[in-house]
Ligand binder design. Structure first.
Ligand code: XIL
Length: 384
């Protein structure tokens, strides 16, 4: 009896002393195991072979993806797969200032026009990205743009570029990523050259100019890091809503919110309720919503491809189930269609050096579980 008690006591001391180490050691593998079980029991079966564009269209939605002139012009297989799956194309870089504006007075539409023609010949719509952004500004910008001429430079750019593609664009990202509460302003606006030169009204001015140049395109405010239940992203959602409310109250012609949707597997807490509420808050302003740059960073997932693809597909499923439940959501676009061409390989690579798998098609343009998750989400979505 004594012996047993002292054994139990001894064990208690041992557990007490090492409790945190032991629980830490058990916690992660347990969490991994539960996640594997949870995802393994998910159903990703899809009925039929129809491409995503048809499944989306059947529900009154648009599906598409981003690709570049360089990718589509040199890879016929990609071009064919792209046209088969996508109802809309958004150029990755060709319509940013850096590519479009060789000099302060010049415009180069070669790549953009090639992509516009490619889209129209293959029966795809076209999306413009992006008229005003703090990134991808050309080298000449800093020395040539100042407080005195910024308004004229901006208005000329929008009139010329949106005017050039007028009638051909389903939508334009008029302003991209203008919110950055970490910059410390009470309105949450990012400190950019445009803000510095023109004040917060630069956003209103940009939308007015775009509406004038292309009255047919849906005019979108596009931003990122709006998806997860973290204090940072909650702050961003609040600031984006405030921005949109202000634009609407001033009758600025913003018509939709673009949510980039760069997702993360196993990195951040996802709360369907929070995202769902945000979407209905945006919708209640009378705005449409598009998911504009969807992909799933897989750097925290195990290397095993079968496991990884299931977990990535699970992220797509969870997200799209919430998003497509909101009737104001009219479209979903991936930032790239195939894992062969993805910016995630550059910005968020895996530590083990294995190729990332964030998109619906694999390196050889074959459909993955992520494709199935998207297809199922469209099939299950309510009609618009
Ligand atoms: C990225 C492109 O994919 C890269 O090729 C480029 O080097 C940098 O920009 N949010 C956006 C897109 O709005 O324009 C970005 O595209 C990805 C993040």
């Amino acid at each position: 009896m004594y012996k047993r008690r002292s054994f139990v006591f001894g064990l208690g001391v041992l557990v007490g002393a090492g409790a945190s180490i032991i629980t830490e050691k058990i916690k992660q593998p347990m969490a991994d195991m539960w996640q594997k079980i949870e995802v393994a029991r998910r159903d990703f079966t899809v009925v039929g072979e129809q491409p995503l564009r048809e499944r989306a269209q059947a529900k009154g939605l648009i599906y598409g993806a981003a690709s570049s002139y360089q990718e589509l012009a040199k890879n016929v297989d990609l071009a064919n797969r792209f046209a088969a799956e996508c109802g809309i194309l958004v150029p990755v870089n060709s319509m940013k200032w850096q590519e479009l504006r060789p000099g302060p007075k010049t415009f180069d539409f070669n790549q953009g026009d090639w992509l516009a023609k490619f889209a129209s010949e293959r029966g795809m719509q076209l999306r413009g990205h992006t008229l005003i952004w703090h990134k991808a500004l050309p080298d000449w910008f800093e020395a040539n743009v100042n407080k005195q001429n910024a308004e004229q430079v901006m208005l000329e750019h929008i009139a010329t570029v949106a005017g050039h593609y007028a009638g051909k664009m389903q939508s334009w990202d008029v302003v991209n990523e203008a919110i950055f509460p970490a910059n410390g302003r009470s309105d949450g606006l990012r400190r950019t050259p445009w803000l510095e030169f023109l004040g917060p009204e630069y956003i209103d001015l940009a939308f007015q100019a775009a509406a004038q140049a292309d009255p047919q395109a849906l005019l979108v405010y596009n931003d990122h890091r709006l998806d997860y239940d973290t204090p940072e992203m909650e702050g961003r959602r609040v600031a984006v809503l405030k921005l949109l409310e202000g634009l609407k109250s001033r009758k600025t012609p913003v018509q939709a919110l673009g949510i980039q949707g760069h997702l993360f597997a196993n990195e951040m807490p996802f709360k369907p309720k929070k995202l769902r509420q945000f979407l209905s808050d945006v919708a209640s302003l009378g705005l449409k919503i598009m998911i504009t740059e969807l992909d799933v960073t897989d750097r925290m997932l195990p290397g095993d491809i079968a496991v990884r693809d299931r977990l990535v597909a699970g992220v797509y499923q969870d997200y799209l189930d919430v998003v497509l439940d909101e009737p104001a959501v009219i479209g979903v676009l991936n930032w790239g269609l195939s894992d062969r061409y993805t910016w995630i390989a550059g910005v968020r690579p895996r530590d083990d050096g294995m190729a990332v798998r964030p998109l619906p098609l694999d390196q050889d343009f074959q459909r993955k579980l992520a494709w199935q998750a998207i297809a199922r989400a469209f099939d299950n979505a309510p009609s618009r």
